[in-house]
Design a protein around this ligand. Structure first.
Ligand code: APR
Ligand code: PHB
Length: 394
C-alpha cells in the first residue's frame, strides 16, 4: 500500500480539549497544524467529564475565539459550599479573589472547539490506528498512522502529545530520563447525571463519615452528583434509589430535604489518582494535558491544567514561529511543571481533607474534621483555598 505523505509545522496527537485548543490557538496565528485522533468525533463528543472552568481557562478560551457560549450558556459561580458532617459553610470566591469560575461542561467546550476548528478548515483525522512517532531528534520529525485503511506519514517540525492518559506519546520519552510520580487513592467516585433541578445554585463539596459527596450541575435542569465509593464497588451495586439515599445522607440536612430525585441518564465510576510525569518535553516532542498528568477530580483541575499547559506551549510555538526564539519552547517543561506541582498539591489536599475511607485511621479522620473546622473559622485560610480554586495565574 502506498503511504500518503503530508507536511505540517505542528502535528498534534489527540483531539480532546488539549489538542483542539492548541490547534485553535496556533491556526489563529497562521501556524499549520494537523490533528490525529484515535476515536470518532461522535465518541469524543459523548464523553462526560468535569465542568468547572477556572478564571484563566475562560480568558484563554475567549482569546481563542471560543468563549462566546461559556458566557451565554455557562453559569458563573462566585462561591461554593463545603460541608462537614452535614453542616455547611461558604467559600466566597469573588470576595476573596475578585474572580469567579464558570460551570460549563467539558462536552460543550469540545463541541465549541470542533465547530471553531471546522470553521477554520482544520485538518483532523479521526479513528486513526497504529500511531508511530520517529525522528524526534531531526528537523523532520515523523508521525505515521493508519486511517480508513490508508497509511499516512506526516513530517513536521514539532509534535504535541495531547493524547490523554491512555496515549502513546509519553512512551517516546526515554525511560532513563522519565520520572512518574503516582498516588493511588483507596476509593472511587460514582457519578450520575440526571434531568433534575440542581439541589443548590452553587456546588456543595460534602465531607461525611460515610464518605465524600459532591453536588454539581450542568444547567438548571441537569444535575451532576457524585459519591465516594470503595474501589471494589461496581455500577451494578448502585441502583438509582440507593445512590439518592446515600447522597442524601451525606449532604447538609436542608439540601437532603429538597433534593429532587430522578432517573440517572449516565452513571460512571472513576478511580482517583494523581500522576505527574517529568519531563514534559523530549527533543521535538511536547506533552500536554492528561498525557502528562492526572488529577483526582476533587478540585476540578484536570481540564484547567490541560489548558494552562496549552497556554505555555502555544506561547512557545508562537514565539518560535513569529520571533525565531526557542527560549519559551525550551523552558516549556520547567514552567508548565511548576504549575502542575502546585495544582496537584491543591487537589491532593482537597481530596484528602474531604474523603473518609476505612483505610483512614481515626487520627486522620479527626484531623480532617479539625482542619475543616479551622477552615470554617479562618478568613485567611478560606482566601488561600479560593485562590487555588479559581486557579493560580499563568
Ligand atoms: N492517537 C491519537 N489519539 C489518541 C491516541 C492515539 N494513540 N490515544 C488517545 N488518543 C486521544 C483520545 O481518544 C482522546 O480523545 O487523545 C485524546 C485525549 O483527550 P483527553 O483524554 O480528553 O485529554 P486532554 O485533551 O488532555 O484533556 C484534558 O483533563 O482531567 C481531564 O477530564 C479532563 O479529559 C480532560 C483532560
Ligand atoms: C462536575 O461538575 O463534574 C465536577 C465539578 C466539580 C468537581 C468535579 C467535577 O470538583
Amino acid at each position: 500500500m502506498k503511504t500518503k505523505k503530508l507536511h505540517t509545522q505542528v502535528a498534534i496527537i489527540g483531539g480532546g480539549p488539549a489538542g483542539l485548543l492548541l490547534s485553535q490557538i496556533l491556526m489563529r496565528q497562521n501556524i499549520e497544524t494537523i490533528i490525529i485522533e484515535a476515536q470518532s468525533r461522535e465518541y469524543v463528543l459523548k464523553r462526560i467529564r468535569a465542568g468547572v472552568l477556572e478564571h484563566g481557562s475562560v480568558e484563554l478560551l475567549k482569546n481563542a475565539g471560543v468563549g462566546e457560549r461559556i458566557i451565554t450558556d455557562g453559569i458563573k459561580h462566585d462561591g461554593f459550599l463545603i460541608s462537614s458532617e452535614n453542616k455547611s459553610f461558604r467559600i466566597d470566591l469573588s470576595a476573596a479573589t475578585g474572580k469567579s469560575v464558570y460551570v460549563y461542561g467539558q462536552t460543550e467546550i469540545t463541541i465549541d472547539l470542533y465547530k471553531a476548528q471546522d470553521k477554520m478548515k482544520a485538518t483532523i483525522f479521526h479513528c486513526v490506528k497504529d500511531v508511530n512517532i520517529s525522528d524526534l531528534n531531526s528537523n523532520k520529525s515523523k508521525v505515521q498512522f493508519n486511517c480508513s485503511k490508508e497509511n499516512y506519514e506526516i513530517t513536521c517540525d514539532y509534535i504535541a502529545g495531547c493524547d490523554g492518559s491512555m496515549g502513546i506519546s509519553k512512551n517516546y520519552i526515554p525511560k532513563k530520563i522519565k520520572k512518574s510520580h503516582i498516588i493511588n487513592y483507596p476509593f472511587s467516585w460514582l457519578g450520575i447525571l440526571s434531568n433534575t433541578k440542581p439541589v443548590n445554585d452553587e456546588l456543595i463539596y460534602a465531607s461525611h463519615e460515610r464518605g465524600f459527596a459532591l453536588a454539581s450541575m450542568r444547567n438548571e435542569n441537569l444535575s451532576r452528583y457524585y459519591i465516594q465509593t470503595p474501589h471494589t464497588d461496581k455500577i451494578e451495586h448502585w441502583p438509582d434509589e440507593l445512590f439518592w439515599e446515600e447522597l442524601c445522607i451525606r449532604l447538609p440536612k436542608p439540601y437532603c430535604r429538597t433534593l429532587e430525585r430522578g432517573k440517572s441518564i449516565e452513571k460512571s465510576v472513576t478511580k482517583l489518582r494523581s500522576l505527574i510525569l517529568e519531563p514534559m518535553q523530549w527533543k521535538n516532542l511536547f506533552l500536554a494535558g492528561d498525557a502528562a498528568h492526572i488529577m483526582p477530580p476533587t478540585g476540578a483541575k484536570g481540564l484547567n491544567l490541560a489548558f494552562s499547559d496549552i497556554f505555555y506551549l502555544s506561547q512557545g510555538f508562537i514565539s518560535y514561529y513569529k520571533k525565531g526564539s526557542s527560549t519559551k519552547l525550551n523552558n516549556y517543561s520547567k514552567v508548565a511543571l511548576k504549575r502542575v506541582w502546585k495544582t496537584v498539591g491543591f487537589s491532593k489536599w482537597m481530596t484528602s481533607i474531604l474523603h473518609n475511607s476505612n483505610e483512614n485511621s481515626l487520627i486522620e479522620r479527626n484531623l480532617n474534621k479539625l482542619e475543616l473546622a479551622e477552615l470554617k473559622k479562618s478568613e485567611k485560610a478560606q482566601k488561600l483555598v479560593a485562590e487555588q480554586y479559581v486557579g493560580v495565574a499563568y
